[in-house]
Design a protein around this ligand. Structure first.
Ligand SMILES: [Zn+2]
Length: 559
């Protein structure tokens, strides 16, 4: 068989090269046919789509204001992509133009064909290119093929993903984060596009008027958004949490101003590929820092201590409690265990707080009473959202019927967002001066001049400075002798409270690790809150992340 076959071929052609040539001609022929097929035979279908317009508009960016950090470093619109803009009609029937494009770029026939096929209703086909022979630019232009640069809204490794949010790929509508919450400011700005004037419709589709293709940069009175975020600190935080397998939430704010300097949620997602996450069990799209509430665990002992001191229930100089490892709750059989099985022994209030002793705090909570503790939650503004201007921000859950046992140790259905816990930490670190946390700094123009400065919807407030300063001092001992003594050698010292929040996942009991505190210990600059979600595999302490962040902040400040 093979001999006969060979014989037939060898009569007509003598070289292998020629048969490859035939195969290629067939492939190219098919591609050209497909392009012609789309342009000629389906021409009517799509020309009616654009008939109503006299100009075609091809966007070269998202047409939205840029989001900047506090130092005017752009957090969006950082990626440039070279594109070719090719009038569809010159691709049909004429292989010469396709050859020209291939010669000038790194494109293959398949890529050109795919672009034509995917943009069925566009007169001008956009094709992304990575390489361009600059010398051929003029030659391309003669054929009305334009080389342009497009600005992409997001890079594949964007900072601040969850806070920025994302746009729907198909129509650019904002779906979450700043994109959605500040859409009125960002939308319809900074517009860059190619305008193509349509001369007439003919059987081939559309005639493009010679020389009518122009690039328009309509950015006279643009508005952009400046955040309080410091991208250098944001980078520090994200580099650290990217090394943690468990889901995390981190927020770093400026103690004195209340400005949010960094905020992250993990697992992360890619704003350019949202479809990959829509049905995921890992909840990548959720901003854990603002829109998820967690039981505070022992972090809530800050509120219990505040309530007891504020209401003069205990005297911090004379109060002592002897922990034996467990104690009875009320008159029934219920027993509360301390996390140290053989007990912490006799402790002062400072030691009980540093040890996070459950039995001591049940004693303090019972003496203070549920009503007073619930009132303290209101005093400390923990019953409402922080209101940093993100639509998805959630508020706390504080059940009226919570038992005194659960209130003492911050368990069961009482829940706060990491953002709310950070606001509490800011208040303590700032000696009782409550500065509402903020994310937005100002609206700025193209020259970075301020058009409008944002003011918080909440008032600055002074809350029990004497009591709060005492709590601040007690928090310092947690890192020296208590549950976070791993932080003992931290440069500059710190004050913190740790917590473990019991939860369950598909019936498996897990626990989340909390730490919230200020750094450094004197003239505190940063309020830092971290939550590490427990998984079925592992529950973790949040203290190592706190330590890494403080170490990096120390180096950053002393550079
Ligand atoms: Zn104890």
């Amino acid at each position: 068989m093979s001999r006969i076959k060979k014989g037939i071929f060898s009569k007509k052609t003598n070289s292998r090269g020629q048969s490859i040539f035939i195969v290629l001609v067939v492939i190219y022929g098919f591609l050209i046919f497909r392009i012609c097929d789309i342009t000629l035979f389906k021409g009517e279908e799509y020309s009616s789509i654009v008939e109503s317009q006299s100009t075609d508009k091809i966007s070269l960016n998202s047409g939205r204001g840029v989001i900047y950090d506090k130092n005017n470093i752009p957090l969006t619109d950082t990626v440039k992509q070279k594109i070719l803009l090719v009038p569809r009609e010159i691709l049909s029937g004429d292989y010469e133009n396709i050859t020209l494009i291939k010669k000038a770029t790194d494109l293959s026939d398949e890529e050109i064909f795919k672009a034509v096929q995917n943009q069925i209703s566009s007169e001008i086909v956009q094709i992304e290119i990575n390489e361009l022979n600059e010398v051929m630019k003029e030659e391309l232009l003669e054929k009305e093929i334009i080389v342009e640069t497009k600005t992409l809204r997001y890079s594949d490794d964007n900072l601040l993903t969850h806070t920025i949010g994302y746009l729907k790929k198909s129509d650019g509508t904002p779906q979450s984060g700043i994109e959605k919450s500040m859409n009125d400011i960002l939308d319809d700005n900074n517009s860059e596009y190619i305008s193509v004037f349509r001369a007439s419709t003919n059987s081939k589709g559309l005639d493009i008027l010679d020389g009518s293709i122009e690039t328009i940069r309509d950015n006279e009175e643009d508005e952009h958004l400046r955040l309080t975020i410091d991208s250098k600190i944001q980078n520090i935080v994200e580099d650290i949490v990217d090394n943690e397998e468990n889901p995390t939430s981190v927020i770093v704010s400026d103690v004195e101003s209340g400005e949010i300097l960094a905020m992250s949620s993990r697992p992360n997602y890619n704003q350019n590929n949202i479809a990959d996450y829509i049905n995921s069990d890992n909840r990548e799209l959720e901003n854990r820092t603002v829109s998820v509430t967690y039981p505070p665990g022992s972090v809530f002992k800050i509120v219990v201590l505040y309530s007891a001191l504020y209401n003069d229930i205990i005297d911090e100089d004379t109060y002592t409690y002897n922990c034996t490892g467990s104690c009875k709750v009320g008159k029934g059989d219920e027993v509360l265990k301390c996390h140290k099985e053989d007990g912490h022994g006799k402790q002062t209030i400072e030691e009980a707080f540093a040890n996070s002793c459950n039995t001591a705090f049940l004693d303090i909570a019972i003496k203070t009473g549920k009503e007073r503790i619930l009132e303290s939650i209101l005093d400390l503004n923990l019953d409402e959202i922080v209101d940093i201007g993100l639509d998805e921000e959630k508020s706390s859950n504080i059940p009226d019927d919570i038992s005194i046992r659960n209130l003492a140790i911050g368990q069961a259905d009482i829940e706060f967002t990491p953002l709310q816990i950070n606001q509490l930490t800011q208040l303590i670190a700032n000696n009782g001066t409550y500065k509402p946390l903020s994310l937005y700094d100002s609206i700025i123009d193209n020259n970075k001049n301020i058009i409008k400065t944002f003011n918080s919807t909440k008032e600055e407030e002074i809350i029990s400075p004497y009591i709060i300063t005492k709590i601040k001092e007690i928090m310092k001992s947690v890192s020296k002798i208590g549950t976070a003594k791993d932080l003992d050698d931290l440069n500059g010292g710190c004050g913190v409270k740790t917590g473990t929040a019991q939860s369950s996942l598909d019936g498996v009991s897990i626990s989340h690790g909390w730490i919230t505190g200020f750094y450094p210990s004197e003239n505190a600059k940063y309020a830092i809150t971290i939550l590490v979600e427990g998984t079925k595999q592992e529950s973790k302490s949040a203290t190592p992340i706190f330590k890494s962040i403080c170490n990096q902040l120390y180096q950053f400040k002393n550079k």
